[in-house]
Write a protein that binds this ligand. Sequence first.
Ligand code: SF4
Length: 725
Amino acid sequence: GPQKVDRSVDSVCPFCGVGCQITYHVRDEQIVSVSGRNGPANAGRLCVKGRFGFDYVASPDRLTVPLIRRADAPKDVAHCETHPDWRRVFREATWDEALDLAAGRLNALKARHGPKSLAGFGSAKGSNEEAYLFQKLVRTGFGSNNVDHCTRLCHASSVAALLEGVGSGAVSNPVSDVAHAELIFIIGSNPTANHPVAATWMKNAAQRGAKIVLADPRITDIARHAWRVLPFKPGADVAMLNALLHVIVNEGLCDEAFIRDRADNFAALAANVQGYSPEAMAPICGIAADTLREVARAYATARSAIILWGMGVSQHVHGTDNVRGLIALATCTGQIGRPGTGLHPLRGQNNVQGASDAGLIPMMFPNYQRVDNGAAHAWFEDFWGTTLDDEPGYTVVEIMHKALAPESDPHKVRGMVIMGENPAMSDPDLNHARHALASLRHLVVQDIFLTETAWLADVVLPASAWPEKTGTVSNTDRMVQLGQQALTPPGEARADLWIIQQLAQRMGLGWSYENDSCSRTLDKRQSQNSSETYHGVAQVYDEMRRAMHGAIAGITWERLQREGSVTYPCLSADDPGQPVVFTDGVPTKNGKVQLVPADIIPPDELPDADYPMVLITGRQLEHWHTGAMTRRASVLDALEPAPTVSMHGHDLARLGLQAGGTARVQSRRGEVELMVRRDDGTPPGSIFIPFAYREAAANLLTNAALDPFGKIPEFKYCAVRVAPA
Ligand code: SF4
C-alpha cells in the first residue's frame, strides 16, 4: 500500500527543460518518492529521471562542511578522474574562515590585476533568483561582465540567430502546441532521451495523425513514430536546409503575403539558395532529392507546422547558420505566429531559459539588455547604484583560454567563482580546460558534491540541492514555475542564495535582502528556521522582475505562490500569459523577421587517415549532463552503470569489435576506453558517446572550436579513431 509520509511538498523536476511539476513525499527527513503533478508542461507525466532521480540528495558524497585546499596539496588534474581520499587534498573549515578566504583573495586579485582578472560561472541548475544575484555579484562586485553559464554550451548559437532574426531568443510556441500541428519537424534532437515528457506529446500527436519528420544523423527512438526520417550526414545541416528552402522558393511554396508584410531580405535569401538544389545537395547531405522535395512540400503546405530542435543543430561551428536556416523555413512559409507553428529550441536544463533571462551571460544584463548599449548600461548603473563595465565579458570557453593567457595579458583571468557548474567535465577539450582551472590563482567552487571541478578548487563551499530550496525556474516553454523547499540542507551546507550574499558582503557590497512574505508558505517545522532557509528569495525575485523590463511584470511572487506556473510574456496582473508569440510581428526593430542567407561551412576537424571516424557526443535518458546528480541516484545508476560507445554493426565488424567488449577511442586531444554498444541508428563512420561519465569523459576527445556568433563549441563533431582496447 501507499507509504505514510510526514509531508508532501510541491516543486519542479530538477533535470530537463520540460519543467514537469512534481510533488516530493518526505518521511523522516528523506524524500521517499516523487509523483507527477498536473502541471501545464506534464499533465501528471514524468520520465524515469523525474520519478526516480532523487536520492542523490541523500548521497553520502554530499558536501556538508566548507573545505580549504591544504597548502601542500597540488592541483592535480588526475584527481578529476581518480577522486582520491579528499582529506589528503582538503581540510575542513568554518564558514567564516572559508568565506573570508574566498572573498579576501578575490579582492586582492582585483586590487592587483583589475576587475577583468576575475570571472564567474553560474548555473542553469539553480533558481532564477540565484542566477540573478550571481550575475549581479560579478557585475557589481567583481566589476567585470565575465559571467556565463552552460547556455554557452547548449543554445548560444540558437539564441544568437533568434535574436538577430526574430528579436527574441526564447521559443515562439510551447511544446504542447504539437497537438495543433499537422507536421512536426524535429531536427538535431533526441527527445525521447533528452526531453522525454515533451516527446510523449509528440508521440500523442503522431497517433492522432500529425506527421513527424525526424532530421538527425542518428536514427533515434522517435523515428518509430515518424512519417519521414532524414538521417543526413553529420555536419551537413546547412546543405540540407538550403535544399529544402530551394524547393520552397522555386516551386512557388512561399507564403508571399507573409513575406511581404513580415520579412526583410527575402530576395537575398532566395538568390542564395539557388545554388542548393536538392539534386546538388543529395550527395552532400546524404538524403535523396525526391525525399527532400517531398518533405519541403509537406512542411510548406501543412496547415500548421512546428520546428523543434536540440543540440544537434546548435553545437557546431555553423550552429548559428543552422538556426538561420530554420528561421528562414518558418518565415518563408508563414509557419510562425499561430498555434501549432513556430520555432522551438528545446532547452536542455531545467533553468537554462531562466538563467539566461536573468542575465547570466557576459554580453547582456537581465532580459537581454546589451551591456554595451548606452541606455541599458545607464539604466542598470542607476538601478544597482554603482558603476558598471560597458564591455561584453568573456564566454565559457574564452574564459578558460584567458586563464591560460600569458602573465602579460591585461585580461588574464586569475580568480573564479563557479556555482553549480562542472566545466572540468562539460567543457570541450578537457585536458585544456582542466589545466586552465588548475592554473587559476584562486578558484572558489560552490556545489553539492566534490565535483571534478571542485577537485581543482582552493575553497569549496557546500551548497543546497534543489529540493532544499525555494525559488523559481523557467522551462523551455517560458513558464516561470515555483519550487518549494522540502528538506533542510545536510550538516553545514547552506542555501546558494545565502552563500552569494555572504560573498557579496565580504566583497564590500551593502546588500540586504530580507526574509518576508515567502515564509508563510512554510510548514511548521521549516518556519522555525525560515530566516536561515529563505534568504530574501521573494525580495530578490521582485528586484529581478523589475530588472526584466516588463517581460514578467505580471508575474508577482504572490501570483506564483497562488498559481505555481505562469507563462511570460506576462505584462500585467490580469495578463494570463502568452504561450504563443509573434502573432502580430516579431520584436525586431521594424517588427519584421530578418532573413540571413547561409552557406556551407565544414566542421572544424574533418576525419582523415589518422582519425577516420566522427565522434558525436550527447546525453542519454538515465543520466544528466556530467552525472554529478544522476550517477548518485541509485535507480538511475543501476539502469546505466557504465560508459558506453555506440556504433553501427558494420563498423563493429570492420574494426574487429564486439558488443560488450572494450574499445579505445582517441582524438588529437585525448583518449578514453569504454564498453561497446551496438546501435544501428548510429551512422556508419560515426560513434556516439554520452558525456556523463568521469571514468571515460567524452569531452577529453572533443574539439573546442567555436561558432563565431554564439561562441558555442563543436561538441557534435570531431575526428577520432577507434580500436579494440
Ligand atoms: Fe524531469 Fe524532464 Fe523527465 Fe520531466 S521530462 S520528469 S522535467 S527530466
